[in-house]
Design a protein around this ligand. Structure first.
Ligand SMILES: Cc1cc2nc3c(=O)[nH]c(=O)nc-3n(C[C@H](O)[C@H](O)[C@H](O)COP(=O)(O)O)c2cc1C
Length: 400
């Protein structure tokens, strides 16, 4: 599935290798990529590498016209071809040039000529990054609609630590991919719960479930792509935080409830999507020391029921006079529709997303899902098996 065309502008930062890592992510996500390089970037990595990895012509000389099969001159052709134009990495030099409308190299030329969505990932030494001139130029680009993928604190090439380390390849690829989606949720606050909760038996052992968190993370990522302000409350998972998403890690069901209440207190108007697989039961008592074998061949734990988090937050929001739109998930192994319908009423949901976790080609751990959206009025919509990110889009566009 081809998602779109991306021109990656590459400049002469020590983080130049990142452009190739971002290329790899974009190719996996189905994008076509062409490269434009500055003269100085060419001196750090040969254009041959960029050409070989994309199988596309590389624009690396403003005075040389490439034969791209159209009548346009090269910078216009690149500019028109792009759905997204991204500068990765971006030097202080290119940031300043682009902010001032200078166009004397392939990257700044395409930047000025294109009407595509624009992304920029700065990389430089801390003093350069924090220099008010660079901050002014970045603010100007932001005000003109550029999506700036802010650098991180980290080890810098000049043997110091500080701000200026280029963002991760996943975050840069997320930022680029986000440009392909409409801003349907702009101005909305979305909280997504994800992953399993886990309940401790003693300091060493806990009980949990098979949720990988992938569906919840896909929802958080897509809600952000669609312009929402997103908080992700997650149990233990091995997944990267999506770009631009505020993440809160929790363990138990009660921790998740507390975290949700805090978010409700902060905002007047919230959409909450309950994609987490919340433990229904917890051990009656958590032992303070590791439990030893008694040698009698048995081990018994008494369980008590956990609160129904969705019902609780509905009540909590009402008591504070806050507006809450709730979406639930029903991961069932049997009587899928029957169980899902009961939950809509009991939990005060706008709609519920039902999926069959018995199937091993979808659901827990898989990158794919197939779901049925069941509305309050009984209407049902099936979303055929597809990537969880696509399913997330289908769920979220119903909330705009
Ligand atoms: C090894 C090396 C690493 C560099 N790393 C950076 C960097 O990370 N960020 C930056 O703004 N400039 C960096 N520079 C300085 C730029 O290469 C210099 O400003 C150059 O003129 C930028 O050209 P360009 O923006 O046209 O690619 C580096 C220079 C060298 C030699």
């Amino acid at each position: 599935m081809v998602k779109g065309n991306v021109v990656l502008g590459v400049t002469a930062s020590i983080a130049i290798y990142k452009s190739l890592e971002v290329l790899s992510r974009l190719k996996k996500r189905g994008f076509n990529v062409r490269f434009a390089l500055t003269e100085e970037a060419k001196r750090l990595i040969s254009p041959v590498v960029f050409k070989a990895l994309t199988n596309n012509e590389v624009y690396d000389d403003v005075m040389e016209e490439l034969d791209l099969g159209d009548t346009n001159i090269t910078h216009v052709s690149f500019a028109n071809w792009a759905d997204v134009f991204a500068i990765v990495p971006a030097t202080a030099n290119i940031i300043s040039k682009v902010a001032c409308g200078i166009a004397d190299d392939p990257v700044s030329l395409v930047a000025l000529a294109t009407e595509a969505k624009k992304v920029i990932a700065p990389a430089m030494n801390s003093q350069m990054y924090l220099n008010p001139i660079i901050q002014d130029h970045l603010n100007k680009l932001k005000s003109l609609g550029w999506l700036v993928v802010e650098p991180e604190e980290g080890d810098l090439a000049c043997n110091t630590k500080g701000i200026g380390h280029i963002a991760s390849e996943n975050h840069i690829a997320d930022a680029i991919e986000s440009c392909m989606y409409p801003d349907l949720l702009k101005g909305k606050n979305v909280v997504v719960t994800a992953g399993p909760t886990s309940e401790s038996i003693d300091p060493v052992r806990y009980l949990t479930n098979r949720s990988s968190g992938k569906m919840g993370f896909a929802l958080a990522k897509m809600a952000r792509y669609m312009g929402a302000d997103v908080t992700l409350i997650t149990g233990k998972v091995c997944l990267d935080t999506p770009f631009g998403v505020n993440r809160i890690d929790v363990e138990s069901t009660n921790d998740m409830l507390t975290a949700l209440k805090k978010e409700i207190e902060k905002k007047d108007d919230l959409i909450v999507i309950m994609a987490a697989a919340i433990a229904d039961f917890r051990p009656e008592k958590m032992e303070s020391k590791k439990i030893k074998k008694e040698g009698n061949g048995k081990f018994t734990v008494n369980f008590v029921e956990n609160p129904d988090v969705t019902v609780e937050i509905g009540r909590f929001a009402k008591s504070l006079g806050k507006k809450l739109r709730l979406v639930g998930f029903a991961a069932e192994t049997h009587d899928l529709l029957e169980n899902a319908k009961k939950k809509i009423e009991k939990k005060g949901l706008e709609f519920i997303v039902a999926n069959d976790v018995k199937r091993d080609d979808i659901g827990f751990g898989s990158d794919f899902n197939e779901v049925i959206i069941i509305h309050r009025d009984g209407r049902m919509e099936r979303i055929e098996r597809s990537e969880k990110l696509k399913i997330a889009y289908e769920i979220l566009r119903r909330l705009n």
